[in-house]
Design a protein around this ligand. Structure first.
Ligand code: NDP
Length: 331
């Protein structure tokens, strides 16, 4: 059947200006790091992308090595895009990245112009897109001059491969330098993509101050700490969860400690008192930070996207709630 997007898709998800740019992004975006690979169900991947778009989540976040195997999330996206989304290209924001390990040899990792440009071209081919909306340097490469990496982003934008430039996982200091270089090149830094959630607060203060001063947006990843900040691990590791997956190396037993779970249980009580699931409260909490434009969520099934989007119904926190949360996290 031909996919026709929901006529009321712009009624559900609010949009926020990305820093001082002209671009507005949905407060929730969908990331394809997990569950969109060659090992996953294509039908489920398509259903999740269509459900997200129907709910107004029109920003899809990719990287060259999302899978597994590497590259396959972009291939999956390309197949679904070709069938369902071609008529909606101008309503979509699609991003990709290069920086981490991708192919063998010295030009398949890092921050060189050689790697970034070649990888961007490969990503365009896999997705079948003519351009990305945002292209990121996925991580800072201490062995490449920052000027070279920023010149590569500037070139990627000027050559029409992407509309905007972003960086991910850069420290506050390097972000300030990167923003200055990009400004001097005439391609402003649009956005930074750092990890941020109730358990990982590294961006507070240093990085968020830089972003606000420079007028750069923030899209924060792993808002649920990969699922830990939901109620799913409170009674053990369920079979169909990320931590149970064989090929999963990023979340496992070592991350799900009794100390963590005690905090999760206490946070779950706060969420319930707000008439939210813990997943919803965890999302609302990251979006409550004034520097945060959007949060990029992951999902393994359609129902999670429907559940997570309900976070948008209650984004406000009382001072008391915030203090209770701080106490739990400090304990
Ligand atoms: P999350 O912290 O949102 O974790 C997503 C996982 O949590 C899902 O796969 C699912 O896991 C579970 N989940 C999601 N919604 C719910 C819900 N409503 N109720 C219960 N469980 C839920 O984000 P990710 O860690 O997946 O990262 C999101 C995106 O961020 C990535 O896809 C990627 O685009 C980006 N990212 C960027 C990085 C970077 O370096 N720039 C690094 C990492 C991520 P389950 O399988 O258990 O169902």
């Amino acid at each position: 059947p031909v996919y026709v997007a929901h006529p009321e898709r712009y009624q559900r998800t609010p949009y926020a200006r990305c820093g001082k740019s002209g671009l507005r992004l949905p407060r929730l975006s969908l990331g394809l790091w997990q569950n969109f690979g060659g090992v996953d169900s294509l039908a489920n991947a398509g259903a999740m992308l269509r459900k997200a778009f129907d709910l107004g989540i029109n920003h899809f976040d990719l990287a060259n090595n999302y899978g597994p195997p590497f590259g396959s999330a972009e291939t999956t996206f390309g197949q679904i895009f070709k069938r369902d989304f071609q008529g909606y290209r101008d309503e979509l924001i699609v991003s990709s990245k290069a920086g981490y390990d991708m192919w063998p040899g010295p030009y398949g990792i890092g921050g060189s112009r050689k790697y970034l440009v070649a990888s961007c071209d490969q990503s365009l081919k896999r997705t079948g897109l003519e351009y990305f909306d945002i292209f990121y340097s996925h991580c800072m490469d201490p062995e490449t001059p920052l000027e070279e990496t920023m010149q590569a982003l500037d070139y990627i934008v000027r050559s029409g491969r992407a509309l905007y430039a972003g960086i991910s996982n850069y420290s506050a200091g390097k972000t300030r330098e990167a923003a200055a270089i990009l400004k001097s090149l005439g391609t402003p830094l649009l956005i930074h993509q750092p990890r941020y959630n109730l358990f990982d607060r590294w961006i507070e203060g240093g990085l968020t101050d830089v972003l606000q001063e420079e007028g750069v947006g923030a899209i924060v990843f792993s808002p649920l700490a990969q699922g830990l900040l939901t109620d799913k691990y409170l009674k053990g590791i369920p079979e169909n969860s990320r931590a149970a997956r064989q090929e999963q190396i990023y979340l496992g037993n070592k991350d799900i400690t009794p100390e963590k779970l005690a905090k999760v249980a206490a946070l779950n009580d706060v969420a319930q008192s707000r008439q939210q699931t813990l997943a919803q409260m965890s999302l609302a909490w990251v979006l409550n930070h004034p520097a945060v434009t959007s949060s990029v969520i992951g999902a393994s099934r359609v129902a999670q996207i429907e559940d997570s989007v309900k976070a948008l119904d209650n984004l406000k926190f009382s001072t008391e709630e915030l203090q209770t949360i701080e106490k739990i996290l400090a304990g």
